[in-house]
Design a protein around this ligand. Structure first.
Ligand code: SF4
Length: 512
């Protein structure tokens, strides 16, 4: 069916026209080697069984729908958090198109990132020429203050040496000798986006800190880690630190980069940790990270430089925020101000108001290691049960820590942590041990459709809902935001399940 320029149909309606329905049916019949519907249903039913779950959990050779992305994505995130910094990925264009689109779809903002455009010849002979030309072009076209280099699979497989390449490019005049070009190898076939975050941040700290003498001061460095709520969260952390009256440096702050105003001016770079702040951050008394499993190497490096380091796990809710604030109070000697104590009380009040609706509800959670840990703790605070906690990029240390957390509360009884498992494993869990709600990123909508488990979108990426990243999930205010998000879905579901007239609508209440 040809489109009519006077009434262009969206794809919702276009592909429901008889011509398309017929075409798609014929395509299935003639080209897709279809098996009878009955057989499909039979196998589908079998994949919901305990027998299939056991087979699924014993698979070793394949990963299906991993809840993670590759290392360079995390490296690009880090670069976006520094003043005037252009992320430069040594590798192929397609990978970089993916990083740009992933961030742009989540934050609904353009994300600048360039590649060295390696193709077949570079894969055979090495990518030095691409680095030399790429740095020169990026420097003269986009006028950055710093270029932060990372790598894709291709560059790592052929073993390109970033240190030597960047030195070589500087010698050939691609960028001035003194121009800042920190780098990190980010092999995409190991680890995940959180490993890439860690490597890239350590690369920038190493670039600015090595060779300098540390003169300790009283400031605190703060690292948020890879975080889809960075726009809201970093602003919330700044607000809390300002209320406490402490001196601090946020190491990697892309909150302005991914939240530029519409005022007629395109900002390729906006905000970010300044390069001067980054240098001086060496002198900080301590570095606090909100993501233990996302910043292991960076924190290790800070400790080597003589700083006290503190690793938390996404302080979500009351206990997580209490711990964070008490540690900051200990480190700085500044008391927690009354304003924050009152916020705590308000969150507790909200929890108490709604506990009857959350208490005893069963949840499955998936996402990054520190997020799932924090979220599981918050759910138990609410009296809910985090029955399945899954992190594809979680390791054995994460699994042990989550297991200890679950064992510390009666609401964690019968709940389990699954490290290194993917969303196809989660599907088996949802069919064989059903829960009331699923918490995860946008990809969970397919699990919702498949298993009937209502999805509460919390995580990264969120592509099919807008602006969630503007609202913090950390601190007492963040806890309140999460509480509302969870409650809204519980009430939506309650309404949906009680709205049949004269059948179930005796519970279709105005007041919940
Ligand atoms: S996994 Fe490798 S090929 Fe795929 S986007 Fe990441 S770097 Fe590129």
């Amino acid at each position: 069916m040809a489109q009519n320029p006077g009434e262009v149909l969206d794809h919702f309606n276009l592909f429901r026209q008889p011509e398309y329905v017929e075409m798609l049916t014929n395509k299935k019949k003639n080209f897709e080697n279809p098996v009878p519907d009955q057989e499909v249903e039979k196998i589908r039913d079998w994949t919901k069984t305990q027998e299939y779950r056991e087979k699924n959990f014993s698979r070793t050779a394949v990963t299906i729908n991993p809840a993670k992305a590759c290392q360079p994505l995390g490296a690009v995130f880090v670069a976006a958090g520094f003043e005037g910094t252009l992320p430069f990925v040594h590798g192929s264009q397609g990978c970089v198109a993916y990083y740009r689109s992933h961030f742009s779809r989540h934050f609904k903002e353009p994300t600048s990132c360039v590649s060295s455009s390696m193709t077949e010849d570079a894969a055979v002979f090495g990518g030095l020429k691409n680095m030399v030309e790429g740095l020169a072009n990026a420097y003269s076209l986009y006028k950055p203050k710093m270029i932060a280099v990372s790598t894709t699979c291709m560059a790592e497989v052929i073993g390109d040496d970033l240190n030597a390449f960047i030195k070589n490019a500087k010698e050939q005049g691609s960028v001035p000798q003194e121009f800042d070009v920190p780098y990190a190898h980010t092999p995409a076939f190991v680890g995940s986006h959180v490993t890439g975050y860690d490597n890239a941040l350590k690369g920038i700290l190493t670039h600015f800190w090595n060779g300098r003498e540390r003169v300790a001061d009283e400031k605190i460095n703060f690292i948020g880690g890879f975080d889809g709520y960075v726009v809201g969260n970093i602003r919330e952390i700044r607000r809390m630190f300002d209320l406490m009256g402490i001196g601090y440096t946020i190491l990697c702050d892309p909150s302005d980069t991914w939240d530029t105003p519409t005022d007629g001016q395109f900002r390729m770079y906006d905000g970010g940790t300044t390069l001067e702040e980054t240098k001086l951050a060496l002198n900080a008394k301590a570095t606090v990270s909100f993501q233990e499993f996302c910043t292991e190497k960076s924190l290790g490096f800070c400790a080597e430089k003589g700083q006290e380091v503190l690793a938390l796990n996404h302080p979500i809710g009351v206990a997580g925020t209490d711990k964070f604030l008490m540690e900051i109070a200990r480190l700085t000697g500044k008391p927690v101000p009354e304003a924050l104590t009152r916020e705590r009380g308000r969150l507790l009040d909200a929890i108490a108001d709604s506990s009857a609706h959350i208490h005893g509800k069963r949840f499955a959670i998936y996402g990054d290691p520190d997020f799932t840990y924090g979220m599981a703790g918050f759910l138990m605070e609410l009296g809910a049960e985090p029955v399945h906690v899954l992190a594809t990029n979680g390791g054995s240390a994460w699994q042990t820590k989550v297991t200890e957390l679950l064992e510390s509360s009666p609401f964690g009884k019968g709940c389990h942590a699954y490290a290194g498992r993917d969303l196809w494993h989660m599907r088996s869990l949802l069919f064989t041990e059903p829960v009331d709600f699923l918490i995860g990123n946008t990809y969970g909508k397919y699990l919702e459709r498949d298993t009937g488990t209502p999805l509460i979108r919390i995580g990264f990426p969120i592509f099919d809902r807008h602006h969630h990243h503007r609202y913090p999930i950390w601190g007492y205010q963040g806890g309140l935001n999460l509480l509302v998000k969870v409650l809204d879905r519980i009430f939506d579901d309650l309404d949906r399940n009680t709205n049949v007239p004269a059948k179930s609508d005796y519970s279709y209440d105005i007041i919940r």
